[in-house]
Design a protein around this ligand. Sequence first.
Ligand code: ADP
Ligand code: ADP
Length: 229
Amino acid sequence: DPVIRLTDVNKHYGAFHALRDVNLAVAKGEKIIICGPSGSGKSTLIRCINRIERHDSGEILVDGHRLTGETRDVAAIRREVGMVFQSFNLFPHMTILQNCTIAPRKSRGLGKAEAEERAMHYLTKVRIPDQAGKYPGQLSGGQQQRVAIARALCMQPRVMLFDEPTSALDPEMVKEVLDTMVELAEEGMTMLCVTHEMGFARQVADRVIFMDRGEKIEEAAPGDFFTSP
Ligand code: ADP
Ligand code: ADP
């Protein structure tokens, strides 16, 4: 079974039709890159999968959980789906370590020691274990985004969603975040990424989907996609 399946998904913001009959199935371990012009619905698509936004019709299944009105399913999905935003979204008043332990403690019921051990494991993986005691404001943008990735991994999600994770970074910090994402991809993580980083897309994508005005207008293997005019 696919980890994520969207069937005829529609989403409006008021009268604005943001997603039009979107169909997509993501298999375990698959890396999908979502491209398209600004305003085409890429972010909305990702946000509906994580239930930050609610779709109006069609079906979204995440690891077999149906996205409906039931809060129990929403909580289950948030545990299965890791999300990394453009703007890091770390809690500024918490240390890096606390940022990484709060969700596993609150929603997975981990004890403090276990949560901290897990946090250090993932902070080491993103190569910033030495920053654990600092606050987000003391870190560079690239470091903060790697913390955001570690924080998501601390929930041990089945799939990771990325919404333009490098767009807010200074150019010299883009590579360190992309390198982390490449490592994650190589380890077999299922990933959906909205990104304009075509080198990254070419390197990791199993499929590229192209959105335009709320529609999924093209889906291709990266080789086809990058050579087409
Ligand atoms: P993309 O990620 O491709 O840039 P988005 O999914 O962010 O596109 O947005 C698609 C369209 O929906 C845009 O025109 C945007 O202005 C609109 N939109 C996004 N979020 C909202 C919202 N919360 N309320 C109203 N319109 C929105
Ligand atoms: P990003 O590029 O990070 O998606 P946006 O400026 O598109 O940033 O959106 C930032 C926030 O504003 C999101 O929560 C999005 O849903 C919301 N938003 C975007 N467009 C509109 C809109 N036209 N009306 C209301 N909210 C919007």
